[in-house]
Design a protein around this ligand. Structure first.
Ligand SMILES: C[S@@+](CC[C@H](N)C(=O)[O-])C[C@H]1O[C@@H](n2cnc3c(N)ncnc32)[C@H](O)[C@@H]1O
Length: 253
């Protein structure tokens, strides 16, 4: 039976790749490499670098996986994501059928870890639901949240308190809600941290975590939010892309 290995590769440093992931990579015949266009080419290059560095045999092929652009969400965010997943499931199915022999193994290299704000596992289940029989397993990776905590030498939770992981979109909609705990924000293309009431909040921010361009900043949100917005904009212009994550917490509790 065909087999797909879904491998977390860490958040931007080839040295995040675990020994378990390296062993898994060395069992595969084909690595499917998502191609999201020019702005994401840096991310594709990291995946290619990982294959070059860690796959020891010569009979592994890489096959590009064209990722269709998601339609603008409009009022129906869930609907646009569902349509996008359906399109992806169709192209994954075609590739698995065309590029993998009946007894071959393919790998999907997932940024960070597949359990966190990543749809690969949902899409894989959708491919199975379409009728293609294959087995799959998951190899965990270091998430951008762990990379953020390490870069700032932070413990994520206050003693006995919760940690919420959310998106920029949700933070912009609801403001900071986590009075005694910690909120970690990902997928923030709109700099929501600069739109909420900053009084009493501290931020620990990081971009390109684990990569050579890594930038971090921390301090009272009211004092550093504008600087972070400027730094972020300049870095995005220089590199052509940016990924950032941050942690927010009410001071002194
Ligand atoms: C689609 S999610 C993928 C998360 C990934 N599965 C993980 O485990 O970190 C993309 C978001 O992850 C965060 N992210 C991923 N890599 C990052 C990095 N190297 N530095 C900062 N943030 C990163 C950003 O918030 C980005 O918008």
């Amino acid at each position: 039976m065909r087999r797909i290995r879904i491998i977390g590769i860490g958040a931007g440093n080839p040295e995040h790749v675990t020994i378990q992931a390296i062993k898994a990579l060395n069992t595969v015949d084909v690595v499917f490499v998502p191609d999201k266009g020019v702005e994401k080419s840096a991310l594709r290059e990291l995946r290619e670098e990982i294959c070059r560095r860690y796959i020891e045999h010569d009979n592994c092929r890489t096959v590009p996986l064209k990722v269709p652009k998601r339609a603008a969400a409009g009022d129906d965010y869930r609907g646009s994501v569902d349509d996008w997943h359906a399109a992806l499931a169709e192209s994954y199915e075609r590739l698995f059928r065309d590029e993998l022999g009946e007894d071959q193994t393919g790998a999907l290299l997932v940024w960070g870890d597949p359990s966190l704000y990543d749809s690969t596992l949902r899409i894989i289940e959708a491919v199975r639901a379409r009728g293609l029989a294959f087995d799959y397993d998951v190899i965990p990776g270091i998430t951008s949240v762990q990379a953020l905590a390490a870069a700032h030498r932070l413990v994520l939770n206050r003693i006995g308190e919760p940690v919420t992981i959310t998106t920029g979109r949700k933070l912009a909609e609801g403001g900071f809600q986590d009075e005694s705990g910690t909120t970690i924000v990902m997928l923030d293309g709109e700099q929501a941290f600069a739109k909420i009431d900053p009084a009493g909040l501290d931020i620990w921010w990081g971009a390109y975590l684990g990569a050579p361009q890594e930038i971090i900043a921390s301090g009272p949100l009211a004092e550093i939010a504008d600087d972070v917005v400027r730094t972020r904009e300049a870095a995005r212009a220089e590199n052509g892309w940016i990924m950032d994550t941050y942690l927010l917490r009410r001071r002194g509790q």
